[in-house]
Ligand binder design. Structure first.
Ligand code: AMP
Length: 374
């Protein structure tokens, strides 16, 4: 199956070809035709599945087909939990829509509001936003919602985890009742299912990656180690294996900062990325990591969500996550698109119950090993 079989405009097909995509991914094969017909979609999909193009391409196509608009008009709203994801979705829209005249704008908190007000004044067809800043700008009268006919909730589970449910409900009240709704979520908790009721009309359900599949394509290792020995073990793994690009997860922001400082002190270039960092610091850390100046990116679960870093060779769980599903998200950051990935977890005795929960979810027992550093 090729992209041209969807009947997308030549301008969109050309942009896809320039991105180097030849075959649509699984989620794209299912989502694109459904969204083109105007159907609501409920998709189980995480970053790395191609979900962004899965909703962006048909949205662009539908906007192009609409007649009677004079200049840009806000018709599509995409909500994301984090600034990083908002920026990445916006960049994807710019890439896929670069040969069209459609406009996209991105707004998120943590940066000055004035440039965003200026950008909105110029007019936009698509708005990518985090909920808080959207409501801010709406309350100041900078947004007109009456023409919006498509709503995307991206990483809806994470939005709920981050406590955005009330903001989401407030946004929904501002939108015209008749619209197409597309909801993407990596997991389906009770709270997500509750949100979908009344929001989605006869949605097409799509499953891009069942929760346990990432686990089969990634080589997972468990190192049992005392908490106090984790730093030395991590240093050993990085230097002994000559790892040049590794994403390390910690449970807390404080833990991320401390670990990145300790690595720096031992001569390993590292940076921390989490919600307390300014937008500039986060962008800089991510850029340094992508370009290879930063060897280790230390992240919390929330900050790492939606980071698009292609084919990451190594992921390390410095701490195991409290929520077992987060383990699957974390290791899903390695070994994308068929390239081999390695996920190593440093597990202290106190964390063994967490490991048991993870093994239940991935339906697999993981081999434990120890390393002697003498
Ligand atoms: P996403 O899941 O939307 O975050 O996309 C993950 C990565 O896959 C991004 O770097 C995209 O550029 C890439 N991608 C999306 N669709 C395709 C495709 N059909 N072929 C190859 N790469 C793709």
């Amino acid at each position: 199956m090729k992209f041209d079989s969807f009947g997308l405009a030549e301008t969109i097909c050309r942009a896809i070809a320039e991105e180097g995509y030849t075959e649509p991914t699984k989620i794209q094969k299912e989502a694109i035709p459904a969204i083109l017909t105007g159907r609501d979609v409920l998709a189980a999909a995480q970053t790395g599945t191609g979900k962004t193009a899965g909703f962006t391409l048909p949205i662009l196509q539908r906007l192009l087909e609409e007649k009677g608009t004079r200049g840009p008009e806000l018709r599509v709203l995409i909500l994301t939990p984090t600034r990083e994801l908002a920026a990445q979705v916006h960049e994807s829209i710019l890439a896929y829509g670069k040969h069209t005249r459609l406009r996209s704008t991105v707004i998120f908190g943590g940066v000055s509001i004035n440039p965003q007000i200026q950008a909105l004044r110029k007019g936009t067809d698509i708005l990518v936003a985090t909920p808080g800043r959207l409501l801010d700008l709406a309350s100041q009268g900078h947004l007109k919602f009456s023409k919006i006919h498509t709503l995307v909730l991206d990483e809806a589970d994470r939005m709920l985890d981050m406590g955005f449910i009330h903001d989401i409900r407030r946004v929904l009240k501002l939108l015209p009742a008749k619209r197409q709704n597309l909801l993407f979520s990596a997991t389906f908790s009770q709270s997500i299912l509750k949100l979908t009721q009344g929001l989605l009309q006869k949605p097409l359900r799509i499953e891009a990656t069942p929760n346990s599949t990432a686990a089969t394509t990634v080589q997972q290792k468990i190192y049992t180690v005392e908490q106090a020995g984790k730093l030395a073990l991590l240093r050993h793994l990085i230097t002994d294996g000559d790892w040049q690009q590794v994403l390390v997860f910690t449970r807390t922001k404080h833990g991320a900062n401390r670990l990145s400082q300790k690595l720096e002190q031992s001569g390993i270039k590292a940076a921390a990325i989490h919600g307390n960092k300014s937008q500039n610091a986060r962008t800089k850390a991510l850029a340094g990591f992508k370009q290879g100046q930063v060897r280790v990116l230390v992240a919390t679960d929330i900050a790492a969500r939606g980071l698009d870093i292609e084919q990451l060779p190594h992921v390390v769980n410095f701490d195991l996550p409290n929520v077992a599903e987060d383990y699957v998200h974390r290791i899903g950051r390695t070994g994308r698109a068929g390239s081999p990935g390695h996920a190593d977890s440093l597990v202290s005795r106190e964390e063994l119950p967490l490991l048991k929960n993870i093994e239940k979810i991935i339906k697999q027992r993981l081999e434990r090993s120890t390393v002697s550093l003498n």
